[in-house]
Write a protein that binds this ligand. Structure first.
Ligand code: BES
Ligand code: ZN
Ligand code: ZN
Length: 502
């Protein structure tokens, strides 16, 4: 889909989307359209339940007096309260309604909103960004495409005053959405095509955008002592990899600043290993690389919009398989940190991958902070469902910054406690650590986070458990079902608001 911006004027063709405010108050353009159509809007509203609320839509086909093929009324509710996510939702909802309707183009007109939170031309950019996000489809494996059901909408024009500013704001957001799309693509890709080396190859493509990409193979990781990560991958026919992506966008005095670090769990498929998972639903474990997918999409977004920061993304890529060579329950491995780990359940593998990825990252880069993302525990879904990611941290300041960024972009996080009492549960009687807690099913997500913290020294750190967020079974206006791309917009906002230009 193509996006354009223009000053306000009624289009000569295609569809026209016009705003109605709370209690069916007409926007200036609605007023104009109503007059030109001899009161078609007024009459349509009289016979409908449309009340001008956010999320209300009403279509009027081929109205007399206008050249457009249809007018779509959209409710905005109380305009002064509108924010970025409302406008994105509007864009996504419009695409959903029009995409397969036969409409080829739509012009969305936004009169001056006077909203407290958002300028009208920024709102226009957000409508387009939301539409772009909502138009995403993962269709590469469909060969039986039914033309009658294919999208018809190819163009959206958003009209507002100061459209040049909207166009510029959208260019930035477009780069961000391209990052979200990469994450969705990676997460949706099945494990027979997306495995550690092929994932690493996808990362290499970011080189063209100025990202410096290194790939560590198993021999290199062995030399570095990454026994925790390598143990997870040893049952797979696919060799493990670690990918290090660096974007050095900081300039002038900030050019030599310590990088911000993002670390991702990239389990390309999680069978559970010898502690095999039950069969039903196991196909979902193709997206157990969601954390790594988010880190990769974030790197693309930051490079795409040429963010003025130094960032490093590190992802640990493995496949967790049962095999004659697979790791056994009871095995003891030595991590890069030197700490030994007794493996009591081979299905608690994400923390083993992150243990070496986190240690390597802080050891090599001495970063400003580390944020890791992982589809780490089923328990986080029991606690938070699919509405928020779990946040665990040793830093109140970072936690607050990420919480605020999440609120702003509609990708929520909720903080959980950490303490020595939980940490104690990770002590093994015969090794330094064990990979599951002694407390049975209690506090599974927290104990997992405590395990990770054993591989974090003094550096400020946040762990985001995104097991409930990386995949969606429900269509939402800006997030079609499948891989969600959760976290890319959250962390882009977090970086933008707190570390760029400062
Ligand atoms: N990849 C899973 C966690 C997961 C579950 C992600 C459901 C997405 C949806 C993880 O590796 C795992 O298996 N965790 C175990 C830990 C347990 C063995 C301590 C779990 O959550 O059951
Ligand atoms: Zn597992
Ligand atoms: Zn897993």
């Amino acid at each position: 889909m193509k996006f354009a911006f223009s000053e306000i004027s009624l289009p000569k063709r295609g569809s026209l989307a016009v705003a109605i405010y709370a209690d069916n108050a007409f926007s200036p353009t609605a007023e104009d359209v109503d007059k030109k159509t001899g009161g078609a809007l007024t009459r349509a509203l009289e016979t409908s339940r449309f009340k001008g609320k956010k999320g209300d839509f009403l279509e009027i086909m081929a109205p007399n007096g206008l050249e457009v093929s249809r007018v779509i009324l959209f409710g905005l509710g109380e305009v002064e309260k509108l924010g970025q996510t409302d406008m994105e939702t509007l864009g996504g909802s419009l695409v959903k309604r029009l995409n397969t309707s036969g409409a080829r183009s739509v012009t969305v007109i936004l009169d001056e909103l006077n909203a407290d939170e958002i300028k009208t031309n920024e709102a226009a950019a957000s409508v387009a960004a939301g539409a772009m996000m909502g138009s995403y489809r993962f269709q590469k494996y469909k060969t039986d495409i039914d033309d009658a059901k294919e999208p018809t909408l190819t163009r959206m024009t958003v009209s507002c005053k100061g459209s040049a500013t909207a166009r510029k704001a959208f260019a930035d957001q477009e780069a961000l959405v391209e990052g979200v799309f990469l994450t969705r693509d990676l997460v949706s890709e099945p494990a027979n095509t997306l495995y550690p080396q092929s994932f690493a190859d996808r990362c290499l493509e970011l080189t063209d955008m100025g990202v410096h990409v290194e790939i560590l193979d198993e021999a290199k990781m062995e030399r570095l002592g990454m026994g925790a990560l390598l143990g997870v991958g040893q049952g797979s026919r696919r060799d493990s990899r670690m990918v290090i992506m660096q974007w050095n966008g900081a300039t002038g005095k900030k050019a030599n600043r310590k990088p911000l670090a993002f670390v991702g769990k990239g389990v390309c498929f999680d069978t559970g290993g010898i502690s095999l998972k039950p069969g039903p639903g196991m196909e979902e474990m193709k997206w157990d690389m969601g954390g790594a997918g988010t880190v990769t999409g974030l790197m693309k977004a930051l490079a795409g919009r040429k963010a003025k920061v130094n960032v490093v993304g590190v992802i640990g890529l493995v496949e967790n398989m049962p095999d004659g060579n697979a790791q056994r329950p009871g095995d003891i491995v030595t991590s890069m940190s030197g700490q030994t780990i007794e493996i009591l359940n081979t299905d608690a593998e994400g923390r083993l991958v992150l243990a070496d990825a986190l240690w390597y990252t802080q050891d090599r880069f001495k970063p400003e902070f580390m944020v890791d993302l992982a589809t780490l525990t089923g328990a986080i879904i029991i606690a938070l469902g699919h509405e928020n990611a779990g946040l665990f941290s040793n830093s109140d300041e970072l936690s607050e910054q990420i919480f605020e960024a999440g609120k702003a972009v509609g990708e929520g996080v909720w903080r959980f406690p950490l303490s020595d009492a939980y940490a104690k549960q990770t002590k093994s009687p015969i090794a330094d650590l064990q990979n599951i807690g002694t407390g049975g099913r209690g506090a599974g997500s927290i104990v997992a986070a405590e395990f990770l913290q054993k591989f974090v020294n003094d550096v400020p750190w946040v762990h985001l458990d995104i097991a409930g967020m990386a995949w969606s079974k429900a269509d939402k206006p800006t997030v079609p079902k499948g891989g969600t791309g959760y976290g890319v917009r959250l962390l882009d906002k977090f970086v933008r608001d707190n570390y760029e230009g400062k």
